[in-house]
Design a protein around this ligand. Structure first.
Ligand code: PMP
Ligand code: GLN
Length: 394
């Protein structure tokens, strides 16, 4: 290693490079491609919530450091949200923590709860920050792979059970799942819960897509028997309200777990997003109509993208949740998703994400590619038209 300018510096996350989302958004901008890569909506959330943020800014609410746990208005709104949608009761003072998006919630939770040498079981393909945070915490990641089965990616519960050892500290579960769009069923979650109770494991639930479910229902693991006391649940305003740039997320758990997560969080950002916290408190209290019409709007976009990708010739795994659709590129004669995604902007003027980067064993994810559909209809139509006119190997 050398510290001289221009020389590479070895560091703890050298193996991770730049996130695939940043790389692909940059590629989209450079090639003027339609960006169906990084998952962010291309229309903002409700105007009245933007106005609430402006009001908070102008009224001087949140312009200075908010309280470490988050402003009381937002903590109360999060607790209310968990009760309203799931019948879960959390004390806003001791059982809710506001974070800089779900990303910080994940980082702080893993840094606080994973000890060097602990094993963390996560569903592969994993959201990219999981692997990096497990690494930072000194833990070992143990993948349990979702495999294609009957048109969707499913979890093998026996494989999950077999993955648990004496060193397993926690299960890191994401449902609805990015990038596959899988929504775990109540029965699957009940088996996970039984396993967690039997082996006395902590469970971290990444539920950022909780309101984006088109097939089945989202079952928060904390509602299942024996789970409330061992579960850290994570949510985000980015996904639910289309304000990914505001970076407002939250954790709900029993007081001892929240205190542990807060102890790590206070040395990461300490606090963030002051005025936006007030606005998100209002967003969480929007009537049911907002949540239903947001979901139905996305369902239409999902259907449009899924049928468009099918018409191009991909094998498409229609997602039950999230705003991503995964395809298999092999029917088009292609097999390497990374090469495919790097060349797609030049071949078709479209950007997508290679799922391979979410796998420990790259070959397992090689033929899969993810397209985001949280975009305007005209944008999706343009992408489909471009893909339809492109030349593929088959
Ligand atoms: N978890 C998952 C599964 C995600 O897809 C994302 C972002 N798309 C996050 C966490 C991070 O959320 P945030 O933007 O609130 O940090
Ligand atoms: N979660 C978003 C996605 O999966 C991206 C977030 C990010 O860029 N870190 O596309």
């Amino acid at each position: 290693m050398t510290a001289r300018a221009g020389h590479a510096v070895e560091h703890r996350l050298s193996a991770f490079g730049t996130t695939v989302f940043a790389e692909m958004s940059e590629l989209a901008a450079r090639t003027r491609s339609v960006n169906l890569g990084q998952g962010f909506p291309d229309t903002d959330g409700p105007a009245e919530i933007v106005e609430a943020a402006v009001r908070a800014l102008c009224d001087g609410r949140g312009n200075q450091y908010p309280p470490g746990a988050g402003v009381p208005e937002l903590r109360e709104a999060v607790a209310e949200h968990q009760r309203r949608w799931y019948g879960l009761t959390y004390d806003p003072d001791t059982e809710v923590l506001v974070t800089a998006g779900a990303t910080e919630a994940i980082a702080a939770t893993l840094l606080a709860l994973v000890r060097p040498g602990d094993e963390v079981i996560a569903l592969e393909p994993y959201y990219d920050s999981y692997a990096a945070c497990i690494e930072l915490a000194g833990g070992t990641r143990v993948p349990v792979t979702l495999r294609p089965h009957g048109g969707e990616f499913r979890l093998d519960l026996d494989e999950l059970r077999d993955a648990v050892t004496e060193r397993t500290r926690l299960l890191l579960i994401n449902t609805p799942h990015n990038p596959t769009g899988t929504v775990l069923t109540r029965a699957e979650l009940a088996t996970i819960a039984e396993l967690a109770v039997e082996r006395d494991l902590l469970v971290v639930m990444d539920e950022v897509y909780e309101h984006l479910v088109f097939g089945g229902v989202h079952v928060p693991a904390a509602t299942l028997s024996g789970m409330r006391e061992r579960t850290v649940s994570i949510g985000s305003a980015g996904k639910t309200f289309s304000f990914t740039g505001w970076k407002v997320g939250w954790v709900t758990a029993r007081p001892e777990l929240v205190a542990a997560v807060r102890s790590a969080k206070q040395y990461l950002t300490y606090v963030s997003s002051g005025p936006f916290q007030y606005a998100v408190a209002e967003a969480l209290r929007l009537p049911d109509d907002y949540f239903t019409s947001f979901r139905e709007d996305l369902r239409g976009k999902r259907n449009l993208l899924v049928s468009g990708l099918e018409s191009v010739g991909f094998e498409v795994y229609a997602p039950a949740g999230t705003y991503f659709a995964t395809v298999d590129i092999r029917p088009l004669g292609e097999s390497d998703g990374v090469a495919f995604c790097r060349s797609l902007p030049h071949r078709a003027g479209v950007v997508a994400i290679p799922n391979q980067v979410f796998y420990d064993v790259p070959e397992r994810g090689a033929p899969f590619v993810r397209f985001a559909f949280c975009k305007q209809i005209s944008v999706l139509e343009e992408a489909i038209a471009r893909l339809g006119g492109a030349k593929f190997l088959a």
